[in-house]
Design a protein around this ligand. Structure first.
Ligand SMILES: C[S@@+](CC[C@H](N)C(=O)[O-])C[C@H]1O[C@@H](n2cnc3c(N)ncnc32)[C@H](O)[C@@H]1O
Length: 291
């Protein structure tokens, strides 16, 4: 931190970038830009247009945030937000930070709805976290009925705030409880069940990157082999889906085989597609309730 001495914006940016790089932070420049924009409450372009001197207050905040980042705290928790599917979401330590690959899940659900010409789809997002999936879908579907559940009260509080920010508090029903428990009144009434469940195995938990270990265990831990939530969801989802309704799940790396086996032995679904993410990992599985 010794190099971070000047108070002009451009010099601070350069020093912070160097400090991040020296400390092995990938995408250092992007992280520095996001951090400065949040601290100064300016847009990215303005970082390079205006040459300003940072006042003591902002300078101290930036220094403090840099220290927290170097100590391993994820950037999204420090700045209090993350971007997902083009929208900004409030995040805090009570919720998982939305991941880019989960955007594929949103994309897929939108395509299913378009292809099947569902005019007023009923959708349930199980384990909504900060509400990123439910809110993104609600933004693009003018007449859906969205139900979003989570077992975590902390997550539901953040999701509710995010929904309010986008004016969707009246369009999304948030329910607290264990998986399908809050959906008892929705048997055979849902067109699409979507979920990005916790899928990190017990053994993988110990090897997670330092940043990921800061995220809630409740959002990560998927049992001994990372398949616990898939088993539970596959066992019950068909009871809540309408005939020919869809179950769309995000997959953890290496989970496809186990999930395929569960779907086959459940005997309630036909598999309709698997999507790879940009790293070539089988990331999304889509199946349809048989009847
Ligand atoms: C991997 S995170 C997904 C968060 C968000 N949907 C996303 O895609 O970024 C899993 C979420 O499931 C929630 N969860 C964990 N166990 C649950 C359970 N038994 N019932 C409902 N939700 C649960 C966690 O609190 C967490 O918000």
């Amino acid at each position: 931190m010794g190099k971070f001495l000047s108070k002009t914006l451009r010099a601070c940016l350069e020093s912070a970038d160097e400090i991040f790089r020296d400390n092995g932070i990938r995408n250092s420049r992007l992280e520095v830009e996001v951090l400065f924009c949040a601290a100064l409450r300016i847009k990215r372009l303005n970082l390079y247009i205006d040459e300003i001197n940072l006042g003591d207050n902002r300078f101290n905040i930036i220094n403090e945030w840099i220290k927290r980042r170097l100590a391993g705290e994820p950037l999204a928790y420090i700045v209090g937000s993350a971007v997902f599917y083009g929208l900004e979401f409030k995040v805090d330590k009570g919720v998982l930070i939305p991941r880019a690959e989960t955007e594929l899940l949103v994309e897929k659900v939108l395509n299913i709805i378009k292809d099947s010409e569902l005019s007023k789809p009923v959708i349930a997002d199980i384990g909504t976290g900060c509400g990123n999936i439910a809110i993104s879908l609600t933004k693009w579907l003018s007449s859906c009925k969205m139900i979003a559940t989570d077992i975590s009260g902390l997550a539901l509080k953040v999701a509710g705030e995010n929904a309010k920010r986008y004016g969707f508090e009246g369009r999304i029903t948030f329910l607290k409880g264990d998986l399908f428990k809050p959906l008892e009144g929705f048997k055979e009434q849902i067109d699409i069940i979507v979920s990005n469940p916790p899928y990190v195995s017990t053994c993988e938990l110990n090897k997670l990157q330092r940043e990921v270990r800061e995220e809630p265990l409740l959002a990560l831990a998927g049992g001994r082999n990372g398949l616990l939530f898939y088993r539970k969801i596959i066992k019950e989802a068909h009871l809540f889906l309408k005939p020919l309704g869809f179950l769309v799940l995000e997959l953890g790396k290496g989970r496809l085989k186990g999930v395929n086996e569960m779907l086959s032995s459940a005997g309630q679904y036909k598999k309709t597609g698997i999507l790879k993410d940009y790293s070539g990992i089988d990331r999304i599985i889509v199946c349809q309730k048989i009847k």
